[in-house]
Ligand binder design. Structure first.
Ligand code: BGC
Length: 761
């Protein structure tokens, strides 16, 4: 018998604090459920199992099917109705051909579901997700996902394996780039925006695609930031840090979830009844389906959790994994497992029901080819409005990290600019990793962006200076990082010397982040920094543009360069968007979604840490050693979470708190004391001073992004409720405890106005 709701009591308690799910505007749930029931009554056991099976599209549909890579057999399986979904079948034409195989040959003609990793765009690349999170702008994130959905849908895709909303606190982890960073609240806001952007008002709209919240759960907590590594995590962190973005995605109506490669406290996520049945489908009442991660069912054998593939299939299905991505364990083993009574057919029926429900919601039974329109595809991919949107989103993701002496914005009257660095001329690196079907070398480079922002009166010269990576550069192979030679230095230095201003790109190759791309060091690779220091000797007017997909440990750069823009991997329109910021056509408004450390040894670093019994206080930092710190590096971040400057300057004043029933209203006045209009993200943090479970020294609970004209003062009000002051307790109940709180408000997680208040709930 399946262990449904083994934590029933706990979960009943948790569900009390769950928000109701958002309804999608598809045919009524009842209509769909009736249709699913009637279809299922016609299905054989084998056909049901077929729906839980996902194949990789390993062949060209437009060419002959090679006989030697298993594709022939896969094609037969599709025709036999033994496949529910496919990944990596790309284009309207290819999906039409595959769909035809299923619909015209299988007994019941059930359409296939086509899924793909549309992580930050299909062909038009948006900034990488971490960058989008740096916008702190829900509508920008939604706009990005809408563009991605429109393009992917036109190319035959029904479903994206996105958003990845694993809270990521360790810069060594390469997949931090795919996340919304270190904070559960910001990640929840982004999760909701991405889901809404992909899915739109209704999945029945063929310009939308189903989203997938991944990786459930705690994949971002891999020990030492090493991808796929063991996760050992407390319930406190799980419930209060890891779960909230997933809960937000579920509440936003996300169609599917993906489980994770990692084990969590000794149980692989793929085989975890607790995560999949008790929490997701139990307490949160999630009605969509759970797809495994690639081969993660089979990997339970390697984990040492399952004896063989058959045992793995049993554990996965019983635990609530509904679809098997590429392990072929359900396909091969479920029938026997059901016959032997090791898997209850109820579990299979539940999985199939969930999968068919999505197919109905997408309208695939009405018209299985509704996403297979080649004309639409041609008109949609890389359409001008998509690129325009990509530029708008990218502008909002830029974070101004330093602007000493107001070097920025640069005047367009500048006589001469030296643009330096391999990254500056790269038309490929800004596309980022997990780049969908982006055309290689199709991004606007920084150099091109600068050139097109200026008239011919300004002389723009370029020198590569350093070489960061060479040789094989792709998603699958190890990257060929260059230790560095100095051959390019003299030319770069010569140009820097003879130019009014230098724009120097520093950072990472885009394939330094992404899956399997963990690093033990998160400084600048090669000899980029040496070149910067040489250049600073001959020209002080240096604007550093950082391109990277993780927080970097760059204290020297921060110290020496007068102006620094964090541009991330900004996508197809990268160079234009960066130039918009450099020349002041866009006043930067981004804020860091992750803390930047001084040193990699500080990782995992996150602002919402606990105080400990020996924090940094006068008592302990007086030359004594017995307090919680490093003896060779700072304890605090180099750049704190939430940090980002603007060409405007903002001042906070008149902070007030008014307690109300089960919460508080806070107000603050924000003045733009500069002479340029700007956008500020006003952030609110809370600390529960004394609690039955110790609480972080501050925790983001709300923020508002506001535009303020030059010289204007705006009063901002936040209504904080029990939700903002409470947390999940040891008994899994969510509530706030009566007593003293600090409430803090400001423009980043470090520089805050703070006020104490006593509240009761
Ligand atoms: C990744 C997933 C991805 C899947 C399909 C896996 O390796 O972990 O995030 O969606 O592959 O490509």
């Amino acid at each position: 018998m399946i262990r449904y709701l083994s934590l029933a009591i706990i979960m009943a308690i948790i569900s009390v604090s769950c928000q109701p799910s958002v309804e999608t505007n598809t045919p009524s749930d009842q209509t769909i459920s009736d249709k699913v029931d009637s279809l299922m009554s016609l299905m054989t056991l084998t056909e049901k199992i077929g729906q839980t099976n996902m194949y990789n599209g390993t062949w060209e549909f437009t060419g002959p099917v090679p006989a030697d890579n298993g594709s022939q057999e896969k094609a037969e399986q599709i025709k036999n109705g033994m496949v529910g979904a496919m990944i990596n079948v790309l284009s309207a034409k290819a999906t039409r051909e595959a769909q035809k195989m299923a619909v015209e040959n299988s007994r019941l003609g059930i359409p296939l579901l086509f899924g793909y990793d549309v992580i930050h765009g299909y062909k038009t690349m948006l900034p990488v997700p971490l960058a989008q999170a740096a916008s702190w702008n829900e509508s920008a994130a939604r706009q990005g996902a809408e563009i991605a959905a429109r393009e992917a849908a036109s190319a035959g895709q029904h479903w994206t394996f996105s958003p990845m909303i694993d809270v990521s606190r360790d810069g060594r982890w390469g997949r931090i780039m795919e996340s919304a960073g270190e904070d559960p609240y910001l990640s929840s806001v982004m999760a909701r925006a991405w889901v809404q952007g992909y899915q739109g008002e209704s999945l029945a709209d063929p310009a939308t695609i189903a989203a997938c919240a991944k990786h459930f759960a705690a994949y971002g907590f891999a020990e030492a930031g090493r991808d796929y590594n063991t996760v050992d995590i407390s319930d406190q962190t799980l419930f209060n840090v890891v779960f909230p973005p997933f809960k937000a995605a579920a509440d936003a109506g996300v169609a599917t979830f993906m489980n994770a490669f990692n084990e969590i406290n000794g149980v692989p996520a793929t085989g975890s009844t607790f995560l999949q049945r008790d929490i997701l489908k139990g307490a949160w009442d999630f009605q969509g389906f759970m797809v495994s991660d690639w081969g993660s069912i089979g990997e339970m054998v390697t984990h040492g959790f399952a004896r063989d593939n058959k045992h793995a299939a049993e554990l996965a299905m019983n635990a609530g994994s509904d679809m098997d991505m590429e392990s072929r364990a359900f396909e091969r083993e479920l029938e026997a497992l059901i016959t032997e009574g090791k898997v209850d057919v109820v579990a299979l029926d539940d999985a199939v029901r969930r999968i068919l429900k999505l197919k109905y919601e997408l309208g695939l039974f009405e018209d299985p080819y509704r996403y297979c329109d080649e004309e639409r595809e041609k008109n949609t991919l890389l359409a001008r409005e998509n690129l325009k949107g990509a530029r708008e989103v990218a502008q909002k993701t830029m974070v101004l990290l330093k602007n000493e002496g107001n070097v920025l914005p640069l005047s367009k009257e500048v006589k001469s600019i030296a643009v330096i660095g391999q990254l500056a001329a790269s038309k490929d690196i800004p596309l980022g990793n997990w780049r969908g079907q982006a055309v290689s070398n199709s991004a606007v480079s920084l150099l091109e962006g600068v050139q097109s922002a200026l008239s011919t009166q300004s002389k723009v010269s370029f020198a590569e200076g350093y070489v960061l990576s060479k040789g094989t550069r792709d998603f699958i192979h190890e990257l060929d990082i260059q230790p560095g030679n100095e051959d390019g230095f003299p030319e770069a230095i010569r140009l820097a010397k003879s130019s009014e201003v230098v724009i120097m790109a520093l950072g990472e190759d885009c394939y330094q982040t992404g899956e399997g791309r963990s690093q033990a060091d998160i400084g600048l690779k090669g000899n980029q920094q040496q070149l910067l220091m040489e250049i600073l000797k001959v020209n002080k007017n240096v604007v550093v543009v950082l391109m990277n997909g993780r927080p970097l440990a760059i204290p020297e750069v921060m110290d020496q360069a007068p102006a620094i823009i964090e541009a991330w991997f900004a996508g197809s329109e990268a160079g234009n968007a960066i130039a918009d910021v450099i020349f002041g056509d866009y006043n930067p408004s981004g804020k860091l979604p992750v803390s930047f450390p001084y040193h990699v040894g500080q990782e995992p670093l996150h602002y919402d840490r606990k105080n400990t019994g020996r924090p940094v206080t006068n008592e302990f930092d007086n030359g004594l050693v017995f307090w919680s710190h490093y003896t060779d590096a700072p304890t605090e971040a180099l750049l704190p979470f939430g940090f980002g400057l603007s060409y405007s300057s903002f001042e906070y004043s008149y902070f007030s708190i008014t307690p109300k029933e089960k919460g508080a209203t806070i107000t603050v006045e924000v003045t733009n004391s500069s002479n340029v209009a700007g956008t500020e993200t006003v952030q609110v943090y809370v600390r529960d001073m004394v609690a039955t479970v110790t609480q972080p020294i501050r925790r983001l609970v709300d923020f508002q992004q506001i535009e303020i004209s030059a010289g204007e003062t705006r009063k901002v009000t936040f209504d904080l409720s029990e939700q903002d002051f409470g947390f999940y307790h040891k008994n899994y109940q969510f509530y706030a405890e009566d007593g003293a709180f600090d409430v803090m408000v400001g423009g980043n997680s470090r520089d805050l106005l703070s006020m104490g208040v006593t509240l009761s709930f």
